[in-house]
Each structure stands twice: as C-alpha cells, then as structure tokens.
Design a protein around this ligand. Structure first.
Ligand code: PGA
Length: 301
C-alpha cells in the first residue's frame, strides 16, 4: 500500500461531506484537485472508494473501511501534534473548542479574553447542539467541550463550573406575567415553542415536565435560542431558555420571566474532555481558564 497522509486527509473530507465540492471548500482546494487525489488513492489501493448513484456519491464497503482507519490515523496525528506543541510550550498552538448553542452566549467572551492572554494560539470554535457535541467527543474530534449535564455512558472527564438555570419566558403582555405563583398544571394550557431534538435544553424541559406528570403542548420547533426568544416575543407561545441567553430582552422589557412552580430548572455547565486524551498545554490552560474565569463572568462565584 502506497498512500499519503495528504490523500487520507482529502478522502476523510470527501467521506464526511459526501461531496467533492464541499470537501474542496473545506480544504481550500479546487474540485478537480480533490477528484484527482481520490482517483490516485483508488488506483493505489486497487479498489473503488465511492460510487455515484444519480447526483449523490456514497462510500463503497472499501471506502467505509478506509474511513474508519483513516479517521483513527488522523486523530493520532493530531495527538502527536499536541505533544510537539507541548515541547514548544504555550506560545503557539491550536485549540479546538466545541460548545452547546446555549453556552455560546458566554463562551465567545471567554475565548476572547483567553486569546488576549495567549496571543499566538489559534482557536477553532464550533457551536452546536448537545447531540453533535456528544458525537464529537465520541469520535475524538475536539479538545474541550462546554455543555450541560454530560452522559454517564461515555468515558469522560467532566468538571462543573457554573449554574445554568432554565426559566419560562413570555411576552410582557401575557396574563401569566401578573401571577406570582403559577402552578405547573396551569402551564398545560399553554403552547411552548421548543428547541430541536438533540438540544440539551429540550431534553431537560421534557424530563422536568414528565417527572412531574405534566403534559407539555409543543408548538413550533426551532434550532436556536434567538429564534425561540423572537417567537415568544411575537406571541407564538411560551418558551424555556437558559437565563444566560437573556440580557437585553429583560432590560428592554421585550420578554418576562414567569414565576412558575418548581422553576428554574437547575442545570449546570461543565467543561468536558475524553478520558485518556492528552490535552495539549493550550487546551490545559483553557480548561483552567474556564474553571476560574467563567464563574466570574456568569456571576455564580
Ligand atoms: P443546548 O444545550 O444548547 O443543546 O440546548 C444546553 C444544555 O445542555 O443545557
């Protein structure tokens, strides 16, 4: 077998996107250059890696095998890179951080002040929902994750650093804003605008209501907290969001927090990485930075 790391990297991108065009965009290459690398790889291996059905491409069985091994090799290379970084110290390096959509309300500010201290560090931030954070951890695709309660099934190192209270929001003219103690059963009469499946907020609110035997009527489903807040403001229903997503909306009285029984739902923020992962000095420094600075930023010290 005579294949290069470069070819593996190109193959990995095409296999992830199942698109030559998107792989080319990711790698800053032209589409013909990507096709050529794949062709050479197929010639070297003597098997086809993709098949085209209609307009779509799919991995062949051989392609799936190579994806599995290629992915493991790239992760190992990244870890080796991190070790070399360690030898070079903290002046330079790359940090891959992935955060829950809801955590982005403070994570960006944290990264900004971290970057001021460590100017040579290049940060790659991915903002996504809980489900894809778990996929990234499982496939070792990120250094550190900031998320809500991590699952016990994965082998993770998890450290809680701040509270994350979830509250019920309503438009300021909603009749429930005048009530000082809203029984949970009363909320059954309302429709809730909810986050998408895979969101930690969504899972937490569903668990909260089902544990208390309260039926929840869900209306529109949205993939961002911003969309939820705007929908609630527009009168499409009530919403449940983290207080960390609210700021100006409360000050400018565009949204109100309801005094509902048993609320807020108490969640916590965690900084998480895979057990056994060798954190680079930069990742280690960021982990410590989150543990000390985030509680100050969120006012939960
Ligand atoms: P989410 O995660 O942005 O996916 O809802 C937040 C959380 O887990 O609390």
């Amino acid at each position: 077998m005579n294949i290069t790391f470069r070819q593996l990297k190109v193959f990995d991108a095409v296999a992830r996107h199942l698109s030559y065009t998107r792989a080319a965009e990711e790698l800053f290459l032209s589409q013909p250059a990507v096709s050529m690398q794949i062709k050479q790889l197929e010639d070297n291996l003597g098997i086809p890696l993709f098949e085209q059905l209609g307009k779509k491409i799919y991995l062949t069985e051989g392609g799936r095998e190579l994806y599995h091994y290629g992915h493991a090799i790239s992760q190992q290379l990244e870890e080796a890179d991190a070790v070399f970084e360690q030898l070079k110290g903290l002046k330079k390096g790359r940090l891959k951080v992935s955060v829950a959509s809801t955590a982005n309300y403070f994570a960006t500010r944290l990264l900004a002040s971290f970057s001021k201290t460590y100017e040579g560090v290049t940060v790659m931030l991915d903002v996504t929902n809980r489900k894809s954070l778990l996929d990234q951890l499982e496939h070792n695709e990120t250094d550190l994750v900031i998320m809500g309660r991590p699952p016990l099934e994965l082998d993770l190192v998890t450290e809680a650093f701040a509270d994350n209270p979830l509250v019920v929001i309503a438009p300021p003219n909603h009749p429930l804003t005048r009530e000082s103690h809203i029984p949970l059963k009363r909320l059954q009469k309302e429709t809730f605008v909810v986050r998408e499946f895979g969101s930690g907020t969504r899972i937490a609110m569903e668990r909260f209501f089902s544990d208390r035997g309260v039926r929840l009527t869900t209306g529109m489903e949205m993939t961002s907290n911003e969309a939820i807040k705007q929908a609630v403001e527009a009168g499409l229903g009530l919403g449940i969001v983290s207080v960390h997503t609210l700021g100006l909306e409360l000050e400018t009285r565009r949204l109100s927090i309801l005094n509902a029984e048993a609320f807020p739902i108490l969640r916590h923020w965690y900084v998480v990485h895979r057990k056994g992962k060798r954190l680079s000095p930069v990742a280690q420094a960021f982990r410590e930075f989150v543990l000390t600075e985030a509680p100050k930023l969120l006012g939960t010290t």
